[in-house]
Design a protein around this ligand. Structure first.
Ligand code: CP
Length: 316
């Protein structure tokens, strides 16, 4: 494929190929190895129209570890602030002939639109409520390394499902890999459409967490609530915040995940987040660099093959 826009178009085999390659980029200390020949001579531009700590820094690190020339566009100081549209911005950057464009945007579908206008490979770093494919892939890699497999697990995804692109991408990926998925949250934060993916829906945390192998917590995304109902943080933590009592309903060896950024004391108790026997939150961040290296490696291989065919005058 030319782009990585979502998990939806990927086959289970393509997902496993990415995970296997990412695994090969991790050393025994869970650090990523340097291989500067992989993206040598290629230019990577990171365009983040929305704030990011983990995704932007790990894409930058991944590109540098693979030898790309990496440029971070500061959207705060760009001409977007003067009213330039997304498409005009993309076309301007396209004229500088980047090879890889990493894009985060607050609007669902904006990254797909942009990908249709440029000649390089585009990686979706999170678009609105739509998809966050590299997050789901790094979550899958973390689960596989901890549980020894990424199939036949009971995974509970908990909290603000309605506004979460992380939930959507994970639901698609884990469903493709034949896991049992439970969505837990208040009805006001539970979109009806997600049942179509074959997930079971629970309102009660203790019921939904019963015998779960993986507990994935989500941030309460107030910034996406568009003036709708916003639950009180105290009440939300009482009913849906992960604490020791609620976690005791999951399997004794269940792992706890959170994509970050975390609201301690809202969706997760700080003690659970820091418990190295249960929480794999730091490992998720570590795997983020490896997964992004793997994704860019594979897309660069496709891009080089495509350009090779074009040089030979082949039509495709
Ligand atoms: N998980 C995630 O996307 O984090 P950032 O918003 O910090 O990139």
């Amino acid at each position: 494929q030319r782009h990585l826009l979502g998990i939806e178009p990927l086959s289970p085999q393509e997902i496993l190929t990415i995970l296997d390659l990412a695994d090969r980029y991790v050393d025994l200390n869970r650090r990523t190895v340097k291989r500067t020949d992989v993206l040598e001579g290629l230019t990577q531009i990171n365009m983040f129209f929305e704030n990011s700590t983990r995704t932007q820094s790990s894409f930058e690190l991944a590109g540098k570890r693979l030898g790309a020339d990496v440029m971070n566009m500061s959207m705060q100081t760009s001409s977007v602030k003067k009213g330039e549209t997304l498409i005009d911005t993309a076309l301007t950057l396209n004229a500088m002939h980047p090879d890889l464009l990493v894009v985060r945007h607050p609007n669902s579908g904006a990254v797909n639109l942009l990908a249709s206008k440029v000649e390089c490979a585009v990686l979706n770093a999170g678009d609105g409520r739509h998809e966050h494919p590299t997050q789901a892939l790094l979550d899958a890699l973390t689960i596989r390394r901890k549980k020894g497999r990424i199939q036949r697990l009971t995974v509970a995804i908990c909290g603000d499902i309605a506004h979460s692109r992380v939930a959507r991408s994970n639901l698609i990926l884990l469903g493709k890999m034949e896991n049992r998925i439970r969505l837990i949250g208040p009805p006001t934060l539970m979109p009806a459409g997600f049942k179509e993916f074959g997930a079971e829906v629970y309102e009660d945390m203790n019921e939904g967490l019963k015998d779960a192998d993986v507990v994935m917590m989500l941030r309460l995304q107030k910034e996406r609530m568009d003036g709708g109902f916003i639950p009180s943080e105290r009440e939300y933590f009482h009913r849906y915040g992960l604490d020791a009592a609620k976690l005791s309903h999951a399997r004794p060896d269940a792992i706890v995940m959170h994509p970050g950024p975390m609201n301690r004391g809202v969706e997760i108790d700080g003690e659970i987040a820091d418990d190295i026997n249960r929480s794999v939150i730091q490992e998720q961040v570590e795997m983020g660099v490896a997964v992004r290296m793997a994704c860019m490696d594979l897309l660069a291989q496709n891009l080089r093959a495509e350009r090779g065919r074009a040089l030979n005058g082949e039509t495709y």
